[in-house]
Design a protein around this ligand. Structure first.
Ligand SMILES: C[S@@+](CC[C@H](N)C(=O)[O-])C[C@H]1O[C@@H](n2cnc3c(N)ncnc32)[C@H](O)[C@@H]1O
Length: 245
């Protein structure tokens, strides 16, 4: 089994990864980010939608949303979140390396470092090719990751995050000349621990831009946060956007 197929990582660390604070941040990004403002009624595909942190506010904004995720447990959470919010979304259990629906969407998003998961670089490129095929002409792909330049500022320092009734420890290890990163996660609750590990590619802005172009995207731009700032030393995220002509 590949690490990303292990739902013990996604569900086991959900209270950290998909916390109320993150849900509020996603809703705020949808409400205010110029990068997430699409023409009314746009068909939006959220690739690797997880429990629907972006699906819900996007649907409430009036977009026609579809979420794709490999984890049945994550999709169940997304379904419940949509129902609770009175939001409607199509939900599809599929692998991002395989999912493509020709010209069916105006926007494809992939949020919160959900890209670069495959050890075969060709498969990561295939995800971009699939997104390209799934977009109608003029449509846009937007990917939000932790860029290599941003990561370089903080990597090597273990993190301790306190949650209500639990603590999460995170340790990053740079691999293969800063090509990939392993993150070891441990959750401690009531004196018992649960661990999981994630290994993914990390991209500089130039590397991810080149991949977008290789997959056929034009007008590729890089941003440093959801406010649309340039990607410079103050960047908090790496957000890359490209157009399918
Ligand atoms: C870091 S979470 C991000 C979820 C969501 N984008 C968010 O902003 O909260 C990554 C998600 O990717 C999903 N995932 C992992 N590998 C996948 C794959 N090969 N195809 C589709 N989804 C995948 C996981 O199940 C998980 O829900």
């Amino acid at each position: 089994m590949h690490w990303y197929e292990n739902d013990g990582l996604w569900s086991g660390f959900a209270e950290f990864m998909f916390s109320p604070r993150r849900a509020a941040e996603a809703a705020e990004n949808v409400a205010f980010s110029p990068l997430l403002a699409f023409p009314a009624g746009s068909r939006v595909l959220d690739l690797c939608c997880g429990p629907g942190l972006y699906l819900v506010p996007l649907a409430r904004q009036g977009y026609q949303v579809t979420g794709v995720d490999l984890s049945a447990a994550m999709l169940e959470r997304a379904k419940e979140a949509c129902a609770a919010a009175g939001a409607s979304a199509g939900l599809v259990e599929a692998d991002m390396a395989e999912f493509a629906r020709p010209a069916a969407f105006d926007v494809v998003i992939n949020m919160y470092t959900s890209f670069g998961y495959f050890s075969d670089p060709e498969k990561n490129l295939q995800v971009l090719r699939n997104a390209h095929a799934s977009l109608a002409p003029g449509g846009r792909l937007l990917i939000d990751v932790l860029g290599k330049e941003v990561l370089a500022r903080r990597v090597g320092r273990p993190q301790v995050v306190d949650l209500p009734g639990a603590t999460v420890l995170l340790r990053d290890t740079v691999l293969d000349d800063f090509t990939r990163l392993r993150t070891d996660w441990t959750l401690i609750r009531d004196g018992r621990s649960h661990s999981a590990s994630l290994t993914s590619y990390v991209y500089s802005a130039a590397e991810l831009r080149a991949m977008f172009e290789q997959a056929g995207f034009t007008g590729v731009e890089c941003f440093g946060d959801f406010d649309g700032r340039v990607y410079d030393p103050r960047a908090r995220r790496l957000i890359v956007r490209g157009v399918r002509e």
